[in-house]
Design a protein around this ligand. Structure first.
Ligand code: DAK
Length: 277
């Protein structure tokens, strides 16, 4: 693939949008390659994904403005559908996806990060929905996911004003969970860049998720995502079903068995190696 790279580290897959010259902007080819990359993930050997952008400057600087500028109404609709299909694929992907936002996350960049389960970022990250300044509405779910994540009032302010916000403000309003800076030694030399620290933190979080019972983690993702779309009575019924389903897994028996063994004899404590079964 030309613009999307995939790397496997134990049970964690790292997907990098690699179109650095255009600040990783999403053109049709990037969207196609992203879809194919997600389709090719081996769910037997992968338990968590990280999505990031190549380089230190930009996660994704939006949909490709050059490509969009000449679209007809029908082509615009088709482009929007292509993006929405990929973003929905990410959102409903069976295993968690962490967005490691390394710089600009504007327009479609902010939107793709919001289709991931968790967002963490470097301190040079900048989030925004600048579409109304370009004469369009957010087209990859921004009006919907931003309001669900940070509340309608703050989402409306960001979208109507087209104002970009920095990493610390994104954290304050709950758009990202954590912000990572460079590490500097006593002499003032950078020993790890913000991106390096971001990726190390993303990998640590992803490995922590990958060590949990995988079917339970998947069921939690499904319960949260599907429950948010319906009223609370239906939502808890969805949770009940997915909770019940865990009792048909080996992992539930292994996890609870380990706890009970530990109570009898603390020397028997060990990390459970869940089988995804
Ligand atoms: N598209 C295409 N190329 C882009 C780009 C983008 N979004 N952002 C940056 N680039 C390219 C620049 O054109 C430049 O290319 P060259 O000129 O070197 O060939 C290169 O990346 C470096 O950018 P700059 O020279 O501009 O770098 P600076 O550091 O000066 O500025 C910047 C960085 C991120 C502030 C600036 O590049 C910028 O403002 N970029 C545009 C950000 C933006 O407005 N993003 C939102 C795009 S709108 C829909 C579907 C989708 C969408 C809407 C509707 N439906 C179908 C309904 C989505 C819309 C969007 O995402």
């Amino acid at each position: 693939m030309e613009f999307v790279k995939y790397e496997q580290k134990d049970m964690v897959g790292i997907i990098t949008i690699d179109r650095e010259k255009a600040l990783n902007a999403l053109n049709s080819q990037v969207l196609d390659e992203l879809g194919e990359t997600f389709d090719a993930v081996d769910l037997n050997t992968t338990r968590c994904l990280i999505l990031t952008g190549a380089g230190e400057k930009s996660f994704v600087a939006g949909a490709d403005i050059g490509e969009m500028s000449t679209l007809t109404k029908a082509e615009g609709t088709a482009f929007g559908k292509k993006g929405n299909d990929v973003f929905l694929k990410i959102e409903s992907f069976p295993i968690p996806v962490i967005a490691a936002v390394n710089g600009f996350a504007l327009g479609g960049g902010c939107e793709i990060s919001m289709s991931c389960d968790i967002r963490i970022c470097s301190d040079n990250a900048m989030f925004g929905q600048p579409e109304v300044g370009l004469g369009i509405t957010p087209g990859f779910g921004g009006t919907q996911r931003l309001a669900r994540l940070i509340g309608a009032g703050m989402a409306k302010q960001m979208i109507y004003t087209a104002r970009n916000i920095k990493a610390d403000e994104a954290k304050r309003i709950g758009l990202v969970n954590e912000v990572y800076s460079a590490t500097v030694d006593e002499a003032g030399n950078v020993t790890a860049t913000a991106k390096e620290n971001l990726m190390a933190a993303a990998l640590k979080m992803a490995s922590g998720i990958a060590a949990q019972a995988p079917i339970a983690v998947r069921n939690c993702k499904k319960a949260i995502n599907e429950g948010l779309q319906v009223d609370i009575e239906k939502a808890v019924a969805i949770e009940e079903d997915l909770f019940g389903a865990c009792f048909e897994t080996e992992d539930q028996r292994a996890g609870m068995g380990n706890f009970l063994k530990k109570k009898d004899d603390p020397t028997k404590v060990k990390v459970v190696e869940f089988k995804n079964a």
